[in-house]
Design a protein around this ligand. Structure first.
Ligand code: 5AD
Ligand code: SF4
Length: 483
């Protein structure tokens, strides 16, 4: 990338020719930090910033990157929307998510009146929808910076533009094939982290807006992924969650293609790394090779999040999921055979256009047959621009609500039953925090992701402890550490 830029701080011209994208961004971080220091001297107090995250694990990981950049610029991170810099990392997978953001922004008008020097920024999936940006431009003039999912690496540059141009900065890209490595990031937990292995999605499930807002599928180079994990492990990380919209198609578009299973084997070789998780797996791409790696590699956690969406083959077809009810059940059988301890979780949508009572009963049937440890259940939400939004036979709200409640009840009953199957056993638990309600207890997770509380103290955080599971309380265990 070649460019010449007027440098507002030195009053000179800066030549950023031949710089890598990361180097350009570090240049802007430096420029912003000069400004932050000046403000702090003027005000006689530190400038604060807060990142508010909506949505999935992908967004949580992006928020760590935003936080890393804000810290590098010199902001002090706090957990309050009264901060001098508030950024909302948005989600748009369901309509509700959008409504919540507008609600928060409405309230922020008052907050900004009290602190006119503050900056409000918006980024993430919702910003990739043109009608959202139009609405913001028209009715939410107190927003300072708007960017999308493809250019999050430009955050520092956009802050710099806001400081120097003194008007609303909007920068949305339709798509990208660029992956910018080596920017700062701040991990929320010192002992575990998410690692992006790929971005975007090519599946176009007919209800889903993700392919339109996150763009086409692209995989990170394996050497970049391994380097990032090794660095994290050197910093004390023991558990990684590999992130992608469809991890099973990892590596297909690389110059030297590599399967997800091959990547997993490489990652498991990293010394000091204790646990590897991943999400999300699409049933249509889950290979026998992956099942075998899961069975063979002790570091891979015995948990598979396998979105079902619907148990009816006909609805699955309309959803463009490209598997049948029978394919899904066969996959579950194979997983259970290969890893008898495995815990299965899922996503289910109720009320997809055209869903009949019979279709819904097929979903309930799969729920009974699989025995999920937990299931995220969603009411279908119409997303403009997706094929399902214009399908006939949208289901009336009362019918959907009734089905949704029946599903939720059954899912919870089954989950409580399934969860308790480990009672009395001894399990490895990675301790995550001191319990919020009772500080004589610590809280951690088993390999299969189930939560366990037991007597302990803060010194255990980030370590793996052998715990005897004494009693199961529906979705979690009370245990005791064993020597
Ligand atoms: N309506 C309801 N749920 C949806 N999901 C994705 N799109 C929609 C929609 N339009 C759910 C799917 C997906 C999860 C992340 O969100 O179940 O797996
Ligand atoms: Fe959406 Fe389907 Fe892609 Fe998942 S696989 S992000 S549900 S389009």
């Amino acid at each position: 990338m070649e460019m010449v830029r007027f440098d507002h701080n030195t009053g000179g011209i800066m030549l950023t020719e031949h710089l890598s994208e990361a180097e350009r961004q570090y240049y802007y971080m430096d420029q912003c930090s000069i400004w932050v220091k000046e403000q702090e001297e003027k005000l006689g107090r530190p400038l604060t910033a807060s990142v508010v995250t909506f949505g999935c694990q992908m967004n949580s990981r992006d928020s760590e990157k935003l936080t890393g950049i804000l810290e590098k610029i010199g902001y002090t991170m706090i957990d309050s929307e009264k901060a001098d810099f508030v950024i909302y990392n948005t989600c748009t997978v369901r309509e509700n998510a959008n409504l919540r953001v507008y609600g928060r922004l409405g309230q922020m008008k008052q907050t900004k009146k009290r602190n006119p020097g503050m900056f409000i920024a918006l980024c993430g999936c919702m910003m990739q929808e043109p009608e959202v940006v139009e609405k913001l431009k028209k009715s939410y003039r107190h927003v300072d910076i708007i960017f999308g999912t493809h250019n999050i690496f430009k955050f520092a540059e956009l802050i710099y533009r806001r400081i120097t141009e003194d008007k609303m900065v909007i920068d949305i890209w339709k798509d990208t094939d660029q992956i910018v490595e080596d920017l700062p990031n701040d991990r929320k937990y010192p002992f575990k982290t998410g690692i992006n292995i790929m971005f975007g999605c090519n599946n176009f499930c007919s209800y889903c807006i993700v392919p339109y807002v996150r763009g086409r599928e692209r995989s990170r180079l394996p050497e970049e992924i391994l380097k990032e994990i090794k660095n994290a492990v050197a910093d004390g990380v023991v558990e990684v969650m590999l992130l992608g919209q469809n991890v099973n198609s990892y590596g297909k578009n690389l110059e030297h293609p590599m399967t997800f299973s091959e990547l997993l084997r490489e990652i498991c070789k990293i010394e000091g790394l204790e646990r590897v998780r991943f999400m999300t797996s699409h049933p249509k791409d889950l290979s026998d090779e992956l099942i075998q790696v899961m069975a063979e590699e002790p570091k891979i956690c015995k948990h598979m999040h396998l979105p079902l969406q619907s148990g009816s083959t006909e609805i699955l077809n309309k959803m463009n999921r490209r598997y049948t009810k029978e394919d899904y059940l066969l996959l579950v059988d194979k997983l259970k055979k290969a890893c008898p301890d495995i815990s299965l979780t899922t996503d289910i949508i109720v009320g997809f256009p055209g869903e009949t009572e019979e279709d819904f009963l097929e979903t309930l049937d799969v729920v009974e047959k699989v025995g999920y440890d937990s299931a995220y259940t969603f009411i279908y939400s119409k997303r403009t621009g997706t094929p399902a939004a214009v399908m006939e036979n949208q289901i009336p709200e009362d019918v959907v609500k009734h089905r949704f409640n029946r599903l939720l009840n059954r899912v919870q009953e089954i989950a409580a039953n399934v969860c308790s199957r480990h009672e009395g056993t001894i399990q490895d638990v990675l301790v995550e925090e001191v319990n919020h309600q009772d500080d004589t207890l610590v809280t951690g997770r088993m390999s299969n992701n189930t939560v366990v509380h037991f007597k302990g103290d803060a010194s255990m955080i980030g370590t793996i402890v052998s715990v005897k599971l004494l009693t199961c309380k529906n979705f979690y265990y009370i245990g005791e550490a064993v020597k």
